[in-house]
Design a protein around this ligand. Structure first.
Ligand code: OGA
Ligand code: MN
Length: 284
């Protein structure tokens, strides 16, 4: 039987390719601004605002924002965080977000359970079974995360023509070095097509694949995401299939995070993990 356009899957072979590749080859084949500059279009940042120190951000004048030419509506903001800032966000993800809210482990009060955690939800809690949010299952979005998203959204939307979004829900993903995230689209939000999604990476690196709105539409492109990097999915990329086939131990991580810092507890967790904070607007 010949493959029809519905059954043709261009996504899975690329996922398997990155599963099998050596870490060194993943670092060189996945797109970064330095390894594949022609795939990234620099967007000058046209705004300047005062930043609250608790957000852990470098001055906006030093940020580098790019539009990704391989996926319409995908933006890449190269790590705008200080090393202390990255440390603070990892600390919040572990000590606040993993402990106070709904998580993949029921009792999340002790460190042993924490080492096994895979996800936590914030704001409107995602119901994984029914793939919906419910308006009566809600806790307050953490103030500092809402503030961070407001700043990032303001900077990106004033430098591009992308619409704003309100941070109403977040999924925090905790990855081990052998974890993966399968191909999926995020379409449970009411106005997914017009409301961007912001995704923060902390800790070890990842290969992030982004394809088309069906698995048959195009071959997915691999992006290298490192600690502090932010991607924003808007326009047609917002509804595209994406996945994380690979987490990569980052040889520079200790240097990035532990400079001037004395927090063994955070390092003992993150040295072989990656944390992704994935923020969405749920209601229009
Ligand atoms: C998600 C997601 C990507 C990542 O949580 O929906 O796509 O980079 N995460 O971990
Ligand atoms: Mn997703």
């Amino acid at each position: 039987m010949s493959a029809t356009s519905d059954s043709l899957d261009l996504f899975t072979p690329m996922f398997k390719h990155f599963r099998r590749l050596s870490a060194a080859d993943c670092f060189t084949q996945a797109y970064s601004v330095t390894s594949h500059p022609s795939f990234f279009d620099h967007c000058p940042i046209t705004t300047s605002i005062d930043l609250d120190e608790s957000l852990g951000l470098k001055p906006i004048s030093s940020w580098s924002l790019y539009s990704c030419l391989f996926s319409n509506g995908l933006y890449f903001l190269s790590n705008p965080f200080t090393s202390v800032g990255q440390h603070q966000w990892i600390h919040r993800a572990l000590n606040d977000y993993a402990r106070q809210t709904k998580t993949s482990v029921g009792d999340n009060s002790n460190n042993e359970q924490l080492a096994r955690i895979r996800w936590a939800t914030l704001g409107y809690h995602y119901d994984w079974t029914n793939k919906i949010y419910k308006d009566d299952d809600h806790t307050k979005m953490p103030n500092e995360l809402a503030k961070l998203c407001q700043i990032i959204m303001h900077v990106i939307s004033s430098s591009t023509n992308c619409p704003m979004m309100q941070a109403e829900a977040a999924i925090v993903n905790y990855y081990h070095l052998n974890s993966t995230l399968c191909a999926h689209t995020d379409h449970s939000e009411y106005d997914a097509l017009t409301k961007p999604l912001i995704s923060y990476s902390f800790g070890n690196a990842a290969v992030f694949l982004i394809g088309g709105q069906t698995k048959a539409e195009c071959k997915p492109s691999p992006i290298l995401l490192q600690s502090g990097d932010i991607i924003l999915m808007t326009g047609s990329s917002r509804l595209c299939f994406h996945a994380v086939p690979r987490i990569l131990s980052d040889p520079l991580l200790k240097e990035i995070l532990c400079e001037h810092l004395d927090d063994e507890c955070c390092w003992s967790y993150i040295h072989d993990k990656r944390i992704n904070i994935n923020v969405r607007q749920v209601y229009s």
